[in-house]
Design a protein around this ligand. Structure first.
Ligand SMILES: NC(=O)C1=CN([C@@H]2O[C@H](COP(=O)(O)OP(=O)(O)OC[C@H]3O[C@@H](n4cnc5c(N)ncnc54)[C@H](OP(=O)(O)O)[C@@H]3O)[C@@H](O)[C@H]2O)C=CC1
Ligand SMILES: O=C(O)[C@@H]1CCC=N1
Length: 270
């Protein structure tokens, strides 16, 4: 029996625990969880019927250990448990901005990075995967099986993780922020449209659009809606004209923040 552990039961850690159990990828008796504030881990353990313990015990028990703390807390967690992180174990870090090189320099365990998104809470998220040099083909199969149970795992080059995680992990927040502004503007056009109603309507429209996008390209879907000489064409032109600058600024801002986080973490392998 493979034993699994999750250190950090915040948004990502608790989502992974719940979904892996719910979808049968991990059996409840195989999973241990821990968290800095212990009540959080205990509450999750009670809810899922898994076991809660402290970081050391979870690291000791686990064959596969998910590290689900923020990048700035990760070095401390690995330092605390490093004696137990032997080459027989696989660590899977979900932290953005903490490299494989750093993980591998801090402990002797085999390492992988997996960057999921909240959409995996619905079994529909992308998980970006990068396997470390010590990881085996069995490790690759294992992470693909686990993350395949909650969406679409895709192996990428580590140097692409920053920009791709902006797209897929931060994506649900950005799409929500854009649509919230769209609904707000609709409610301010003077026609007396209620803001909450506008939000509900655009959410339903998003869900329908997402279903269509299973089969259609963006261009084809736009062409389906934008009747030649009709209304949508005009709006689409505005989006095409103005949004490149918005997304350029978005990537500039996130890139600066990625750099800041990496600087804060420092060259931990040295
Ligand atoms: N949220 C998202 O959509 C995504 C997040 N990620 C990555 O997931 C990681 C976690 O993010 P998220 O879940 O949003 O953050 P949260 O703040 O929700 O969760 C982090 C958890 O880590 C716990 N923690 C902190 N230090 C320790 C420690 N020393 N020992 C044990 N537990 C500790 C915190 O405990 P306490 O309750 O005491 O604060 C908290 O519960 C980050 O590295 C992030 O980059 C990746 C992809 C998507
Ligand atoms: O905002 C963050 O830092 C994390 C990483 C990607 C999504 N949430």
């Amino acid at each position: 029996m493979t034993a699994y552990g999750i250190i950090g039961t915040g948004h990502m850690g608790s989502m992974l625990a719940e979904e892996f159990i719910r979808r049968g990828a991990i059996n409840r008796e195989e999973l241990w969880v821990s968290n800095r504030s212990q009540e959080k881990a205990q509450k999750l353990a009670r809810k899922l019927g898994v076991r809660a313990a402290d970081n050391l015990k979870v690291a000791e028990r686990s064959d596969v250990l998910f590290l689900c703390v923020r990048p700035v807390d990760l070095k401390g967690v690995i330092a605390e448990t490093s004696e137990l992180l032997t080459p027989e174990k696989l660590i899977v870090s979900v932290a953005v901005d903490f490299s494989l090189r750093q993980l591998e320099s801090l402990c002797r365990a085999r390492a992988a990075r997996a960057i999921p998104s909240v959409a995996s809470g619905k079994g529909l998220g992308v998980t970006l995967l990068v396997l470390g040099s010590g990881a085996s083909e069995d490790d690759r199969s294992l992470v693909f099986r686990l993350f395949g149970s909650i969406g679409w795992p895709v192996e990428v080059a580590e140097e692409q993780l920053e920009v791709l995680s902006d797209l897929t992990s931060s994506g649900p927040a950005y799409i929500s922020a854009i649509l919230r502004e769209f609904a707000l503007e609709a409610s301010m056009r003077g026609a007396g449209v209620d803001k909450d109603l506008a939000e509900q309507l655009i959410k339903k429209t998003l869900i329908g659009t997402a279903a269509l996008l299973e089969d259609e390209s963006f261009d084809d879907l736009i062409a389906m809606v934008a009747t030649r000489g009709g209304i949508t064409e005009e709006g689409a032109k505005v989006i095409e004209a103005l949004s490149p600058e918005m997304f350029r600024q978005l990537f500039s801002a996130t890139s600066a923040k990625h750099r800041l986080v990496k600087d804060r973490i420092g060259n931990v392998e040295e």
